[in-house]
Design a protein around this ligand. Structure first.
Ligand code: 13P
Length: 256
């Protein structure tokens, strides 16, 4: 696998953290530390922080994204936000299908596919999250789970849209637990995802796709994980809230 065929992207997922004032402070702190990054740098932030984060990141190499979006453009969906609302404020990136959305808020493979479709229709770039629960890994069905999540989410996605899709492999047992997948485990499943994409769209598209690992990635373990041939970046939770740690991970990204 040739990493020069695709872009490394390090993305922070702030989850439900930071007020707008704190978001400004965090972006301002990250900005100088990543200004010479050799990879894409993205911070996905709570909806209420988006405008502040966009303003704080303006003119820098930091992109700003949201953490979810609804599949309809507008309507009676109390508490939801549409892709069109996000793009109207200049947000170009969105995380879809995070395991916390699937586990706590009822997202399914089908609703993930619908959200993904809506985000792509709006012209956004999507970070699609897939990953198995611990029991599934122990039952030996990781490959089946991750393959089917990937295939269902990509249903209806045209090959011409794939340059706006990033897939993040996030084993649920590694998220926020401090229990990172080994580099081999991360590399193996990211490779499997690439083979699923190849089966659907062909080798050229699969080789060009950015596939991230996420789950307790930090300043210490990032280099080893990112050295895996099929791991093209990271989706970072806890460590993305610490400027120095996030910057270390950005430095560890291997681009080409
Ligand atoms: P942690 O890095 O805190 O484990 O979170 C990973 C994650 O869920 C990113 O989306």
């Amino acid at each position: 696998m040739n990493k020069s065929l695709r872009k490394a992207v390090i993305a922070g997922n702030w989850k439900m953290n930071k007020t707008p004032a704190e978001a400004k402070e965090l972006i301002e702190a990250i900005k100088p530390l990543v200004k010479d990054a050799d990879c894409g740098v993205l911070c996905c932030v709570p909806y209420v922080d988006l405008q502040t984060a966009l303003d704080a990141a303006a003119g820098s190499n930091i992109e700003i994204g949201a953490e979810n979006c609804h599949w309809e453009e507008s309507g009676a969906f109390t508490g939801e936000i549409s892709a069109k609302m996000l793009t109207s404020m200049g947000v170009k990136y969105v995380i879809i299908g995070h395991s916390e959305r699937r586990t706590y808020f009822g997202d399914t493979d089908v609703t993930v596919q619908k959200r993904m479709r809506a985000a792509l229709n709006a012209g956004m770039t999507v970070i699609l999250c897939v990953g198995e629960y611990l029991e599934q890994r122990e039952q030996g069905v990781t490959a089946e789970v991750v393959s089917s999540q990937t295939k269902i989410a990509l249903q209806g996605v045209d090959a011409s849209e794939l340059d706006r899709v990033i897939i993040a492999y996030e084993p649920v047992w590694a998220i926020g637990t401090g229990r990172t997948a080994t580099a081999d485990q991360a590399g193996e499943v990211c490779g499997l995802i690439r083979s699923v994409v190849e089966g659907l769209y062909g080798k050229e598209k699969a080789d060009a796709m950015t596939i991230q690992y996420g789950g307790s990635m930090n300043a210490k373990n990032a280099a080893e994980l990112l050295a895996q041939p099929d791991v093209d970046g990271g989706l970072i939770g806890g460590a993305s809230l610490k400027p120095a740690d996030f910057a270390e991970i950005v430095k560890a990204a291997v681009n080409g």
